[in-house]
Design a protein around this ligand. Structure first.
Ligand code: ADP
Ligand code: MG
Length: 326
């Protein structure tokens, strides 16, 4: 898009940066025309739905100030691939909107190291974007495909379903707690904050057996709450059944751990519901791709999410997930 600043004063730098990005962007056969024209031309497989997700990362809000550019690049794409995974989609393309305080080419190169490393792992082609001057902000849109009968939606949970979670919860939130306190941050926890692993293979593997699915970005209670609201059901979570990493167990216990696991954000694990009769099938599919999944609760009639301690009493967090503008 043009601006009231003239092309000349905008300088050649923006175009230098775009040229660097273009040179390194991955390729796919279904990209008829990628970076370089006014818009990309892309081929969607016949019979499949196009799945589109957008997420923005802002400095200070979505990542600590000291985050390495390569990690920002990784995370900017990861959070979008996580959204596609939660829909059961197979990722294909992405666009990248960069707002940069200055046209620092070395920063962009380092950013691309992380961004394109993750893109290559999932065979995602960068097909376009925008490059502007402004406060550091990264907006990525990811595109993927899903067969109409393989979609996992938030509104499909049913009373009686089991609630499952992939991997383990709370590491990223725990890293943030340590970072905010100015304490030494456990490297294993920090790695989970900086380089979340989008559950792309799991999302596709679960299609057909799972009812509802969401990725955990704002905290389990908040995100499962979205599923419950959309599905007009309630849920009960067994707090002490939530899977915790060794690093989290080492440094967090009791309510501090419960908070990180139930209300912390940034895990990018999949939370999904399935009929209890599908228990073996869920386990088999997750095992076949090498991802741990844990049954952590159940969908019940009613509304809202209740977190239960092992003695069956309800536990109330002091904050239910991260809220912008709260
Ligand atoms: P326009 O003025 O038509 O929007 P731009 O100069 O913004 O053109 O972009 C030129 C080309 O470079 C387009 O194909 C656009 O998608 C691509 N592009 C711009 N910035 C980025 C970026 N950060 N990442 C990937 N592609 C980009
Ligand atoms: Mg543009």
């Amino acid at each position: 898009m043009g601006s009231i600043v003239t092309e000349a004063s905008r300088g050649a730098r923006e175009f230098d940066l775009i040229a660097r990005i273009r040179q390194r962007a991955g390729k796919r056969d279904d990209v008829v025309l990628g970076i370089g024209d006014d818009a990309a031309l892309l081929r969607v497989p016949p019979g499949e739905l196009l799945v589109v997700a957008t997420d923005t990362l802002n400095r200070g809000v979505h990542f600590p100030d000291d985050t390495a550019p390569a990690d920002i690049g990784w995370k900017a794409l990861a959070v979008n691939l996580s959204d596609l995974a939660a829909m059961g989609a197979r990722p294909a393309w992405c666009t990248l909107s960069l707002s940069l305080p200055d046209g620092d080419a070395a920063w962009v190169d380092a950013f691309l190291d992380g961004f394109l490393e993750l893109a290559a792992r999932h065979d995602v082609a960068l097909v376009g974007g925008d490059t502007t001057r402004g406060p550091l902000s990264v907006c990525v849109t990811a595109h993927g495909f899903v067969a109409p009968d393989a979609v996992m939606r938030r509104d499909a949970a049913r009373a009686g379903d089991d609630v499952w979670i992939s991997g383990h919860l709370g590491d990223a939130a725990a890293a943030l707690v340590q970072w905010r306190a100015g304490a030494a941050v456990d490297p294993a926890l920090r790695a989970r904050l900086d380089r979340p692993e989008p559950r792309v293979a799991l999302g596709q593997a679960l299609a057909g057996v799972v009812h509802a699915c969401i990725d955990v970005s704002d905290g389990l209670l908040a995100d499962l709450g979205h599923v419950c609201a959309a599905s007009a059901v309630g849920a009960e979570i067994d707090l002490d059944a939530l899977p915790a990493s060794p690093a989290l167990r080492d440094s967090f216990a009791g309510d501090a751990r419960r908070h990180a696991q139930a209300t912390g954000g940034d895990d990018y694990e999949l939370c999904f519901t399935a009929a209890s009769s599908a228990h073996e099938e869920v386990m088999a599919r997750a095992t076949s791709i090498g991802v741990a999944v844990t049954r952590v609760g159940r969908i019940v009639p009613g509304n809202g999410v209740r977190a239960l301690l092992s003695d069956g009493t309800a536990w109330a967090p002091t904050a239910a997930g991260y809220m912008h503008f709260a």
